[in-house]
Design a protein around this ligand. Structure first.
Ligand SMILES: NC(=O)c1ccc[n+]([C@@H]2O[C@H](COP(=O)([O-])OP(=O)(O)OC[C@H]3O[C@@H](n4cnc5c(N)ncnc54)[C@H](O)[C@@H]3O)[C@@H](O)[C@H]2O)c1
Length: 296
């Protein structure tokens, strides 16, 4: 496996591209938006600069990592040579199914098509293609260059061969893969999102303030970051989408996104990516907890 295409150049897409390029894969990134592609390259370059400062890579390595990456606004061109495609576009079932139908048409017959979805059924996505045995969930965590886990999700028809390949590939990227079965939110978000939603409800019902809620969870539960700040990092729109998928699929109102979370998304206060969420990021990521997290 040598050529990897990433669909979507947002928070996750640029991180996934960074890691593959660092491990010497030829990486193509496709997005509808030129701006997203441009800012993905800027983010990758800044994060590589950080790795140079920490003496994890050299200046020459930064250059060759960047040379491994090409960007595209034409889907067909971006997947011509792809051995593996990882879809990391917006968390929306219709968008993803549409992308997978096109990928199935445009990619080589044996190309493995993975999705970084946080919650949408892998089996449903696989059923929109003619290669359900080669469709799999490859759920990286944010920030991708730092976080070790890859949740590897098998759809109903994902083959043993595809699973083995993706598990081994994840290990070769210096990650730790964990195999899970297909269910709404899989393991990570089934547990995480109700906690984030409950933290927002606690704020909404004025039980305490933003920093106080996060401090309780950091100091009291030894979490490296509070749930409200974590929501800012994930993106509040992504949190709402994941909760809605779980709410619809489990038909249980305990997963319904809180009013405050939905209001913040409506007002485009999405967290780090728009500069404003539960915290303000217009002057960069100042908060100590987060700074510590990123300096690891
Ligand atoms: N943000 C997180 O912490 C996190 C963690 C794990 C998984 N995920 C999942 O990763 C995926 C991407 O999330 P994100 O946070 O990077 O989102 P994002 O909003 O930062 O980026 C999404 C990107 O997809 C692009 N896009 C939208 N429709 C497209 C299409 N049809 N074709 C190509 N590109 C398209 C957008 O232009 C944008 O650049 C989602 O499925 C999300 O659930 C997110």
């Amino acid at each position: 496996m040598k050529n990897v295409t990433i669909i979507g150049a947002g928070t996750m897409g640029n991180g996934i591209a960074h890691v593959f390029a660092q491990f010497n894969f030829k990486v193509s990134i496709y997005d509808l938006s030129e701006n997203s592609l441009e800012s993905a390259l800027n983010t990758i370059s800044k994060n590589l600069e950080r790795q140079i400062k920490k003496e994890k890579i050299s200046k020459q390595e930064k250059q060759s990592i960047l040379e491994n990456i090409s960007t595209f606004t034409n889907l067909k061109e971006s997947v011509l040579d792809a051995d593996l495609v990882i879809e990391a576009a917006t968390e929306n079932e219709k968008i993803k199914i549409d992308i997978f139908k096109k990928l199935d048409q445009e990619c080589k017959k044996n190309t493995i098509l993975a999705t970084n979805t946080s919650s949408i059924s892998i089996t449903k996505i696989a059923n929109s293609t003619n290669r359900p045995d080669r469709i799999i969930g490859m759920h990286f965590m944010n920030p991708v260059p730092i976080m070790k886990l890859v949740e590897v999700i098998r759809g109903k028809e994902t083959s043993d061969n595809t699973t083995k390949l993706v598990m081994n590939l994840s290990k070769n990227l210096n990650k730790i893969p964990v195999e899970v079965n297909d269910a709404p939110g899989f393991v990570a978000n089934r547990i995480l999102m109700p906690m984030i939603n409950e933290a927002v409800l606690t704020l909404e019902q004025n039980v305490s303030g933003v920093q106080e809620i996060d401090t309780v969870m950091i100091l009291g539960m030894s979490h490296p970051m509070g749930p409200l700040q974590l929501a800012d990092f994930i993106g509040l729109d992504i949190c709402v989408s994941i909760l809605e998928v779980m709410h619809n699929d489990f038909k249980d109102k305990k997963y319904a996104p809180s009013k405050l979370l939905k209001k913040m998304v409506k007002e485009n206060n999405l967290g780090v990516k728009t500069g404003e969420g539960f915290y303000n990021y217009s002057k960069g990521i100042k908060d100590k907890t987060v700074a510590n997290f990123f300096s690891k």
